[in-house]
Every structure is written in C-alpha cells, then in structure tokens.
Design a binder for this molecule. Sequence first.
Ligand code: T1G
Length: 689
Amino acid sequence: MNDVATLEKDGEIAVLTLNSPPVNALSGPVREGINNGIKQAIDDADVKAIVLICEGRTFIAGADITEFGKAPSGPSLFDALAMIEHGPKPVVAAIHGTALGGGLEVALTCHYRVAVPSAKCGLPEVNLGLLPGAGGTQRLPRIVGPEKALEMVTSGQHVGAKKCLEMGLVDELAEEGKLREGAVAFAKKIVAEKRPLKKVRDLNDKVEAARGKPEIFAEFRKANARKFRGFLAPEYNIQCIEAAVNLPFDEGIKVEQKLFRELVTGTQSAAQRHVFFAERQVWKLPDVPADTPTIPVNKVGIIGAGTMGGGIAMNFLNVGLPVTIVETKQDALDRGLGVIRKNYENSAKKGRFSMEEVEKRMGLLKGSLDMNDLADSDLVIEAVFENMDVKKQVFTKLDAIVKPGAILATNTSALNIDEIATAVKRPEAVIGLHFFSPANVMRLLEVVRADKTSKPVIATSMQLAKKIGKIAALVGVCPGFVGNRILAQRQREAQKLILEGAMPWDVDRVLYDFGLPMGPFAMSDLAGLDIGWSKEKSQGATIRDVLCEMDRRGQKTGAGFYDYDENRNAKPSPVVEKIILDFAQKKGINRRKISDDEILERCIYPMINEGAKILEEGKAIRSSDIDIVWINGYGFPVYRGGPMFYGDTVGAAKVLAKMKEFQATMGDDFKPAKLLEKIVAEGKKFSDF
Ligand code: T1G
C-alpha cells in the first residue's frame, strides 16, 4: 500500500486501514492509499467485500485543509469515490470518532456504514466558508431528506451515531471499542445475504418527494437570513440541496462542483480557514512548553457578585467546580446569587438542562461576606470596581488570606496588572483573566501575563480556559490589553467622523454592512451613554455629554444617538442631527461630504495599525491571536478573518498608504506603526509575524 494505508484479509473480507495522524485527513497519500487499496481488493478474487476503517482517534475528518489554496497534488478524490461506489464488491465504512466533510462523503459513496455509538458525522464545510465538494450535497439529502440536509450543511453540526442510525445515515451500530469486528461481521452478513450494492446516488424518493415545493427553501432562507447575513457559503449550500431536489444526480454534482470552486478560491473561505488554524494556534505558547506543570484547581473564589462576578462564577459551576463568591453587603450578595439562579432557571425553561441540574450547579455555589472563606481556594478572581486603590486593597488582603500556591487573578479590563501585583508578596501568582460581558456567554478570555507571572500560572490559566469552554488568547499588560486597545482606535475615529461630516447612522451602516453585528453608536445606545458619565462633572464637552445632559442616555431612555420606538427599533434622529451640526459649528469645524470608503478605512485601518504596534511591543504572540480576540470578543466578521487577516486581504501596502494619507491631513492619530512600515518594506504579511 503506502505509509498511511494497509490492506489485510479477514477471511473473504478485505480490511483497508488508513492511519494518517492526527485526523486521517484526505491528504494526497491518504487518497492514494484508498485508491490503491480499493483497487487491490477489487482485483483479489478471494475478496467478497471490503471494510474501510481508520486507526487513531478518528475516521477521516475531511479533506486536508492545509492543501487548499495550493496547487493540487496526488490522485483525485473522485477517482477513489467512483471506484468505491461503482465497484463490483460491497464496501462498508467503519466509523469511529468523527466522519466529517470529505470523510462522510467517502462513507456516503460506500454501500453501507457501521459506526460505534460514540461516533459523530457531519458536513461542517460551511464553517470553512465552503460546501461539501465531493458529492455530499447530492448524497446526504437522498438519505436524510432535503430539510435535514439543509440544516446539517448550513450549521455544520456533528450528529451522534444513534441519530445517524435513526436517519439512515448509518446502517448498524457496532459495540463500542469493537468496531473492526462489528464491521467485518456486518460485511460477512451482507455477503451471506447477497444484499445489493446500495448506491446512495440511486436513492431518489426523498428528493423527488420535495420536487415542486420551493417553499421548503424559501422558508429556510427566510428563517436564517439574520444568521447567514454576509456569509456566501450558506446560500451556496442551499443552492446545492435545491439542485439535488430538482436535477438528476450527475447534473446536481456539476452544480456542486461549480459552486465549490467559486467558494474555495474566494476570500471568505480563505479567511475562515485562517480562523480554523488560528483557533488551534492560539493555545501554543512559544515560551510556555506544553509540559509546563500546572496547578490543580478544584476550588474557585470570586470577589464581587456583580454582573461580571456572577457571570464568571457560572463558568466554573457549569463544569462542576465549587465556587465561593464574596461580597461586602448582604443585599448585594443576595442580588448576585439571585441573578445566577435566574439565569440557570431561564436556561432550564429553554430546555437546555433540567431543574435538577440547576440545583446541582447552585449547590456548588456558596455566598459569603467574609474573604477568609477563600483561604482554601486554588484560584481567586477579583471582579470589583475598576479602581486601582480598591484593587490593590483587595489583593493585599487576599495575599494575607489565601493559601500558598493559589492563583490570584484580576478581571480588570484596563488597569495595569503589574501595578496590582505590587500589592502582594507573590507577584508570580498574579495574572489577568479578562472575561467579556456577559461572562457566562462570551467565548473570549484575554489571559493577561504580568511581568512576574509564572509559567505554571499561565499554563494553568490557559488549561482552565479550555475546560470552561473559552477560547483564550495570551496577551501582555498594556492599556486596554489587545481587544479594548484596538477598540479605542475605532471609537476615536467614529467620534471624529460624525463631527467632520458623517452622521452616527452613516458610520453604523458602513460598519454593519462590513459585517460587524452593530455599529459603535448603536452599541453605545444599547450599553447606555451614561456609563462612566457624571452629571455633576459634565460640561457639554462632547456630543455624548450633550446627549446625556438632555437625558438621551440610550435605548433605556428611548433616545440616544438614535430615536427608539416602543419596540426599541432605532431610527436616525433629527434632534441628534441638529445637535451635531450645532456642536461642529461651535467647534469651528467645516463639515464635508465623507464617503463610505473613508468611513470604513478610518475606522478599520487604525485598528490594524494598532494591532501592528501590539505585535511589535510583544503584547500578543502572533497576528492571528489578535484576530481571535476580535472575532470572539467584538463580533468582527469571521468571513473577513479578523482585523489583521483583513489587513493582509486588503494588503499591508494599501493600509500603510492610507494611514500616511490620513496622517498628512489629520495628524498623528494615523502615524504608521514601525512594524507596518517594516512589513511593507519587506513585502511581507501580518500573518508572517
Ligand atoms: N485538515 C488538516 N488538518 C486538520 C484537519 C483537516 N481537515 N482537521 C484537523 N486538523 C488538524 C488541526 O489543525 C490540529 O493540528 C490537529 O489536526 C487536531 O485538530 C471535499 C471541502 C476533527 C473534530 O471541517 O473539526 O472536507 O494544531 O485540535 O479538538 O467536501 O479538528 O495539532 O497542528 O481540532 O480533537 C471538512 C475539521 C474539511 C473538520 C478534531 N472537515 N476538523 O477536533 O482536534 S473540508 C472539517 C475538526 C472538506 C470536502 C471538503 C476537528 C476535529 P495541530 P483539533 P480536536
């Protein structure tokens, strides 16, 4: 065979085993192994049936994503698929782990499929900005029906083997851990029973039943319009399922191929593939080796039962870790505990888990007014008011109370953690765990290493982040760390743009159309314009001040940058328009027509430039980590790959040229980062950093 494929015989059954770690992806050698193995088994007169099985942690988990964007090499997958499907001998796919993408497509060309109960199947190509390009969009609906197929190919969900059996996607479940035996026995059974070669391509009942029912697709598009906004791949997947319903199999395959080629050569898929690997790279820390010893964390303490403290606590309760939450006043504690219970009860009402589960999680939670109750905690996270003196007082107390070896973490989103660490005698135990609100929902965690933070504390924090289902980026101490530091660039320009000639709804429209979930002004109205604003100190110095002084505090007051109707629908406000025009006049600003391109470039390019500064200062390990922060913490569209990948898509040279152009007319807010200059001078990309 070859290095990744072996062929053996078990009586009259040939067993073709693939072994290409880590996930038996359909690389050139794997395709070659399948080709040669199937051919040899077909040519062997003693062989009556073939079992295709994989070694390692999983069945084929799809095409080799690293091959995309490169010149094709090795045998075509389609040759192997044709040999399997049209061969004279039954082929049984034996599935464990995950049969995903091209892996499930290979299994769907086999005549039968056997799986262990723990296995999962799916066509997640849409998450890579693609569609199943090896017949999956034409074969899947023939087995599970068009409706279920639409759901599977546009969600990318992994479906459990039992459900697959119910849907007819697998024909039999083998005993867990006995897949090979089960599959060979099944193959012998179908030979003995002279069962036909079941070709999925010939199963037309379910697709024909949907013919002449365009409403299936119209309703599906309508129901998911919001979720699919900006993405190309979901719509292309839908068109393929439509083709499966309306066209003969081979015509459907042509549609699938055409649309696949469009996607695989497009920028959206390149961006989403970048994010796939970025989400795996982010855990690799150059100076914190994978075998760095970690600190066992079995008890967690949290200071502050406010919105952040409560949300943070839920992350640990969700994974069965006991939490003690400390407040200063009983009513604040009761309120905090009450919010946590309410959140859980709401989830139970939505059927996410049972009321028993609610009680189980609440049973792990203890409220206290005494910080001494945290003495035995392995990790304490402080989530109190954002004030340096308050933070340092808390850490000094914790230092005296909490056992040696524990981790002392702060949830500050902006304060200097090196400064906070000066309040304790064990600065090596201090780290930033910057959760994003709502902390029990937002997937991102900025793990902020301070100058003296030890490697075991860093390794433990990253490991814990994975355990609580977060994606964590390790960043350095600087104002706003990575996420907020970059956000400040956009916010500054947005404020300037509405003075110079744009209106808040222009800026929001451009950024919304770019793919952000919401523009900065709508976001401010949602959060409340009076956060950090004080009536006593306000002097109408900014437009926000003026709005707050007029009691336009945002959605909660029915008015902010926008006017809101009773259903909180926003509409541009003539009142705000007048305020802005008057304000600009008072400031002696000659307003001018500002194009959508300028709005976009002035909001996004300084973000990229700031990312370059963060990299040159070593406050982030790699540019893709910055992309992970902005995609998972600030809603940057995944199909643009994050601000730094977008910078590479546009081209660092264009970003630099525009920054210089803006700097010439608008000053050093647009001063290019040295790294940006260097990357352009060397003809490199941010992703090379
Ligand atoms: N190609 C190349 N490398 C892959 C890979 C793939 N398909 N899947 C995983 N890896 C690498 C990954 O980068 C990591 O590397 C290691 O394997 C372990 O992965 C024609 C077009 C299978 C559920 O979308 O969802 O088929 O970081 O850390 O958490 O229609 O990997 O160690 O160097 O994620 O146990 C469709 C993608 C492809 C599945 C395992 N398939 N993979 O999760 O491990 S497109 C997918 C996953 C396609 C056809 C089309 C997960 C997993 P490293 P991991 P895990």
